[in-house]
Design a protein around this ligand. Sequence first.
Ligand code: SF4
Length: 502
Amino acid sequence: MKVLLLYPRYTETFWGFRHALKFIGKTAAYPPLGLLTVASMLPVNWEKKLLDMNVSALREQDLSWADYVFISAMAVQRESVREVLGKCQALGKKTVAGGPLFTMEPEEFPEVDHLVLGEAEVTLTEFLKDFAGGRCRRIYTSRVKPDLIHTPVPQWHLINFKDYASMSVQLSRGCPHHCDFCNITPLFGKHPRMKSAAQLVAELDSLYSKKWRGSVFIVDDNFIGNKAAVKHELLPALIAWMKERNYPFTFITEASINLADDETLLQLMRQAGFRNVFIGIETINEDGLKECRKLQNINRNLLASIRKIQSFGMQVSAGFIVGFDSDPPNIFDQVISFIQQSGIPTAMVGLLNAPQGTRLFERLKKENRLTVKFSGNNTDFFMNFIPKMDRRKLLEGYKKIVTTIYSPALYYERVLRFFQECGSVKGVDFPQMMTWGSIKAVLQVAVILGILEKGREHFWKFLLQILLKHPRRLPDALVFAVYGFHFRKIFASQPYNTAEYN
Ligand code: SF4
C-alpha cells in the first residue's frame, strides 16, 4: 500500500510569511503537522510519502506512484483542494480527506472517496479497521472528543527541515470560551484536552534529536485553556527540559487575554522560552465584544493587559476584526490609535467572516445575510455576509487601517515601543530570533528595505534607534523589519476594489 500524504497550497496569507521567508532561504513557515501525525497512525508496513505543495509542486508522477492520496486542508486551501481532487479523479486515484475544511463542509466535496472527518484518533482508527476488512464507508464522522494521551509523535522524517522557518507541536485541543465567530469550539469542544507533559517532551525530544534548533510553534488555539495543568505540570517540565539542553528552542503560541491576570504563569512561560503570544483582541468597542460574546475581553483595560504580557519579555501579536453590527463609524481610527499605543508590531486586522458551523453563521443565516463561502484568508478584503455598515465605507475604513499601521513610519515606531516595554526585563537570555550566521539575510534586508523600498529613510532611522537604545536586539529588529515588509506586500497585493460595492 502506497500512500501520498498531500498538503494543498494555501493562498498568500498574512501568516504564510511568504515575502519574509525569502530573506532566510525558507519556503514555508510551518510544516503540515496534522498529516505528519496521521502518518504515525497509519499501518507501519504502508509506504508513505508527504508532499507539501507550499514547498514543492505536485507532479503527475507523485500521484501515479500512490495507491491512495490522503488530503488534509483548511478553508484557505480550498482552491488548491479542488485542483488536486480534479487531478486525482483524472488519474483514477482514490482519495481520503480530512481536516477542518472537509469537517465543516463535507457536502462541498462529493468527489472525495472517503471523508474521514473530525478527529483522526477516532475516525481514522475506524476507517483503518474497515479498510483492513475490505468494507469502507464513504463518511466517517463522530462527536467523540478523544483523549490526546495516545496521540503519536509526528513522523518528522517525512519532511525536509530546511524548508521550514519553524516547527510545530500541539499540546491541546478545545477552548473554554465562546466567541461566536470562531469554529474552534464547534470543532474541538469547550473542554480543553491536553497531552501529558511527558508526551510534549517526547515530541520536543524527537525534534531535538533531529537537530532542529530555533522556533517551535505550539499550535493550540488557547494554550492556557487548562491553566492549572499548564502551570503546575506542563511548564515546570518544559523549563527543566529547556534548561538541561541550554535552551535550544523558542516558543510561539496563542492564548486568551486572561493570561495577563496571572503573573506566576507569565513568569513560567518566560522561563520556558516563550517569546511570542498571539492574543485575540478582536475589537476595542465593548458593544462589539458583547455582540460576539468575547466575554474574557470585557471589563478590562486591554492596553494594560498587553503591556503586562510584554513586560515579561514576550511579544504580543494580536488579531483585530472590523465589521461587527455594533461598530461605530469611527471604529477605524480607534483601532489605528489602539494598535499604535499598544506596541503590537504584528497586528492582524481582518474583516468579520462567519465560518460554517459557528453561532455567527447560524444567526446570519436566520437573518438572510449570508452571501458566499468563507474564504479562510483573514486579510483578503472579503466578507461572506452583508454587513450592517455600508460595505463601501467598511472596506475603505479597513483599507485605511491596514495601510496606516503597516506604513514604515508607524510600523517601526511600534517595534521600538515593544522593545521599550520589554526592555527592562531581566532573566534568562534566550536565543535570538535570527543569528549573525545569516549574514546573507542581513545584506538582503539592507538592500531591499534600506535602498529599494519606498519609505527607506524610516528603516535607517529605525536602525539608528536600535543601535543607540537596544543594540542587543539588533537581530530581532531585523526580523521585525522583514515581517513589516511582508505585511506591506500582503496588503498591497489584495485585489480589493471598493467601487464594486457601490
Ligand atoms: S478564545 Fe480564541 S479559540 Fe477560544 S473561542 Fe474565542 S476566538 Fe476561539
